[in-house]
Every structure is written in C-alpha cells, then in structure tokens.
Design a protein around this ligand. Structure first.
Ligand code: IMP
Length: 202
C-alpha cells in the first residue's frame, strides 16, 4: 500500500526533527560525574580492593545488586588482575509493620556464598537500609566476610549507621541518575552521573 507522507512527516524530513532526535541527555540538568572520571575511579578502586584482599591471601566473590550496579560492576571488574567469581542478586524492600528496611530476595545468586569472602557491589548508599539488610542476609547465608563497594555515597540521607568499605564518589543530597541509577527505570544507560531537570519529576 502506498503511504503518502503527511505535511508533518515531510517537515520532519526537511528539518531532521523527530521523536528520536530527543535523547535522555536532554532531561539532564547538569553532569555531576563524567564518564572518564568514573572509569579512572573504578581503576583506582579495583587496585585498592585487590591489594587489600591479596594482603589477606584471598579474593572475593563479587556480587552485584541488580539492576543499578551493572555498569559500575562491569567497569570495576575489568581492572582486577586476579581471577574472581561474579554473581548477581536482586532484592527489594518491603514495609511490614515494624520492618521498613527489610529486604526480600527477588532473584538469588547462582553460586553459594557459604564460607566465602563476599564483595557486594552497590550503585548508591542512600539511607543505608538496603546495605544493612543485605549484609545481614549474607552473614545468615554463612559468608565468612562481607564487604561493600558503592559507586556513590549520599551521607546526608543516612538513617542507618552504616558505611561502604569502598566508595567511588560522595554526592550531595540530590536525586541522581545514570551509570545504572534510574528514575522510574529510565536513565540507567546514561554513561555519566547527572541530576535530572526538575520538570521531569513535576
Ligand atoms: P538505600 O536508601 O540506601 O537503602 O538505597 C536504596 C536504593 O535506592 C539504592 O540502591 C538505589 O537503587 C536507590 N536510590 C537511592 N538514592 C538514589 C538516587 O539518588 N538516584 C537513583 N536511585 C537512588
């Protein structure tokens, strides 16, 4: 069937404008941490982490918390020079009467963490609730040691007294997206960390 172009479609062709010309970067107010800074920091973190574990004569099983940790974990593990095992886990929080902050496992690891040194990879430590519960969960599963590396730390928002063992960057109390972090499941694929324009929330 012949499809005659509408005037709007013709004008899109002439001006080169279409819905596809808007990108997710257009929703970003400002870039907080550029891609090359993240890559450099991942390299430093991997070397520091590897040296610490080597000093103890061990290497960890590296467990990424889905989905936010994926780009960070992919970048980080490239710089380990010793063999490591990797796995993923998906958890979500649920609010019981007194149990806000508890987590349930939506997707468990394939490998066993029993008697292993576990390095949890997290996108951001915000209130700290997720981290506290996930650490508890790994100790309950019989892990012999649990450490955490987080790409970002937002200390101003902390409710639970917990720190990641390794932190990429400390960020101000603003909602950030990109490099795995989302807003309504969008913006995870941005190659940098940015602050969303306010009109996106409103
Ligand atoms: P928690 O408050 O430390 O338990 O953080 C729980 C989760 O909230 C993190 O793993 C992130 O997925 C999400 N989160 C917290 N702050 C931000 C943010 O600024 N941008 C995107 N996601 C966030």
């Amino acid at each position: 069937m012949v499809h005659w172009k509408t005037d709007d479609e013709k004008s899109e062709i002439q001006t080169g404008e279409s819905n596809m010309s808007k990108t997710i970067s257009d929703d970003i107010d400002r870039v907080l941490i550029a891609e090359d800074e993240i890559e450099k920091r991942c390299q430093e973190l991997a070397h520091e982490i590897e040296a610490d574990y080597a000093a103890e004569g061990t290497m960890p099983i590296v467990v990424g918390l889905l989905k936010g940790s994926v780009p960070f974990m992919a970048e980080l593990i490239k710089y380990f020079t010793q063999p490591i095992e990797i796995d993923f886990m998906s958890v979500s929080s649920y609010a019981g009467t007194e149990s806000i902050g508890d987590v349930k496992i939506d997707k468990d690891m394939d490998l066993s963490s029993r008697s292993k040194h576990v390095l949890i990879v997290e996108d951001i430590v915000d209130t700290g609730r997720t981290l506290k519960e996930v650490k508890k969960l790994f100790f309950n599963k019989g892990a012999s040691d649990v450490k955490v590396v987080a790409l970002l730390d937002k200390p101003e928002r902390r409710i639970v007294d917990i720190q990641a063992d390794y932190v990429g960057f400390t960020v101000p109390n603003e909602f950030v997206v990109g490099y795995g972090l989302d807003y309504n499941q969008k913006y995870r694929n941005l190659p940098y960390i940015g602050v969303l324009k306010h009109e996106i929330y409103d």
